[in-house]
Design a protein around this ligand. Structure first.
Ligand SMILES: Cc1ncc(COP(=O)(O)O)c(C=O)c1O
Length: 404
């Protein structure tokens, strides 16, 4: 038996900024789809660190690559070349068909980097008058927490008392191609959008939306930036969520599972035009493209493909979705998702989703509530049929009880 959970939580509260409200569980170990708390209790992790741990906790091959590289060379800065960067670029290019890659660290940094790059492209290639570039984004978006990004958030909690914010963004409803068409002006350089809105509660757009979006962006010479930081790398049952709609973004953003949860690694992928405008000294990051990050990311991508995790996400995701949809419960309003990016929305009268997450915790499942009434379910992509069935039993038993 370790220290009491309350001890860790009280010490965190004493010294830490209170910008999160975690469930009362203190984790100390993880393996595959499971995590263990300090008391030795095992949980099926149905959050996977917001899809950063797609490959499962502490994947042994990613761990081995990390340990090996950590003993050789970790950081050179980009003032010098390192021998891991070129193979990292080649591996991503081969996997995704991208022409240019910009390595960064956090997801938010990838988004910021994309915004800078498309603005530059707009001025230097499209011919937008300097300082006039516009980027269209969607209501209820989530692209990270930096000042540039929260300036175009529609979530009051994300913005309140953090202004003033940068101009140059137009907000339209998600899933509405007509709204996009109406918002485009000669100064529009890009449309930045999540293929499925994750933090908003796993909102899947109507069929055909992205085909229309692609056509509009092409017709108006607007760069389509797909933020695949959460939807990418197998989460939805395809390598990239754009493949469900048979389209190709001009700029694709990856993060989270690009390191399998070992290390912050993100990347902007683009055609030649957008990232091709960047010149030495115009953008950078001390840690971006470091050899440790590159070695970890290469292993993370390799296991994702070699171990069939993407196909497994499609198969187990369909099983999980069917199972959730067949739960008979008067508290469930809607079940939605794609692949292993799933959500159960509760009726407002059912009470806060957090209470159901606490009930799930007592049954050995860790899941996260979002926006009050939605429970997100996103286990690692290595989950088995038996584990899905077990999870469904626990979720069914929890949601068929009326806790209000
Ligand atoms: C779609 C999307 N974009 C960007 C981010 C930001 O990533 P990070 O927290 O690594 O900055 C997130 C994080 O949840 C996300 O879901």
């Amino acid at each position: 038996m370790g220290r009491p959970v309350s001890d860790f939580i009280a010490r965190e509260a004493r010294f830490g900024a209170q910008n999160y409200e975690p469930l009362a569980v203190v984790l100390s170990r993880g393996e595959g789809v499971f995590v263990w708390d300090t008391q030795g209790n095992r949980y099926l992790d149905c959050l996977s660190a917001y899809s950063a741990v797609n490959q499962g906790h502490c994947h042994p091959k990613i761990l081995a690559a990390m340990v090996e590289q950590a003993g050789k060379l970790t950081l050179t800065s980009r003032a010098f070349h390192n021998d891991q960067l070129a193979p990292f670029y080649e591996q991503i290019a081969e996997l995704t068909g991208s022409h240019k890659i910009l390595p960064m660290n956090s997801g938010a940094e990838a988004v910021e980097s994309a915004i800078k790059s498309v603005r530059k492209w707009g001025y230097e290639v499209k011919g937008v008058p300097d300082g006039q570039a516009e980027i269209i984004v969607c209501a209820d978006n989530f692209h990270g927490r930096t000042l540039g990004i929260i300036g175009f958030s529609t979530d009051a909690a994300a913005r309140e008392h953090f202004g003033p914010f940068a101009p140059g963004f137009r907000i339209i409803p998600f899933g509405n191609a007509k709204a996009l068409e109406e918002a485009i002006t000669p100064n529009t350089v890009a449309f930045l959008v999540e293929p499925i809105q994750g933090e908003a509660g796993v909102i899947v757009p109507p069929p055909g939306y992205f085909a229309n979006v692609r056509e509009l962006c092409t017709a108006h010479d607007v760069m389509l930036i797909l933020d695949e930081i959460q939807t990418g790398l197998g989460r939805t049952g395809k390598l990239l969520a754009e493949q469900h709609d048979d389209i190709e973004a001009d700029v694709t953003l990856l993060g989270k599972a690009l390191s399998g949860g070992f290390y912050p690694v993100s990347a902007v992928l683009s055609n030649n035009a957008v990232l091709g405008t960047l010149r030495p000294g115009q953008h950078g990051s001390t840690f971006g493209g470091n050899p440790l990050a590159c070695a970890v990311a290469r292993a993370a991508l390799r296991v994702l493909v070699e171990e069939g995790m993407i196909e497994n996400a499609a198969v187990q995701g369909a099983r999980f979705l069917d199972g959730l949809r067949s739960i008979r419960s008067n508290v469930i309003r809607e079940v939605r998702g794609r692949g292993l990016m799933l959500a159960v929305e509760l009726h407002p009268q059912a009470g806060e989703a957090r209470r159901y997450c606490q009930a799930l915790q007592s049954k050995g499942i860790l899941a996260k509530d979002t926006h009050g009434h939605t429970i997100r379910i996103a286990p690692a992509l290595v989950i088995t049929s038996d584990q899905v069935d077990w999870a469904l039993e626990q979720i069914g038993a929890t949601l068929s009880r009326d806790l209000s």
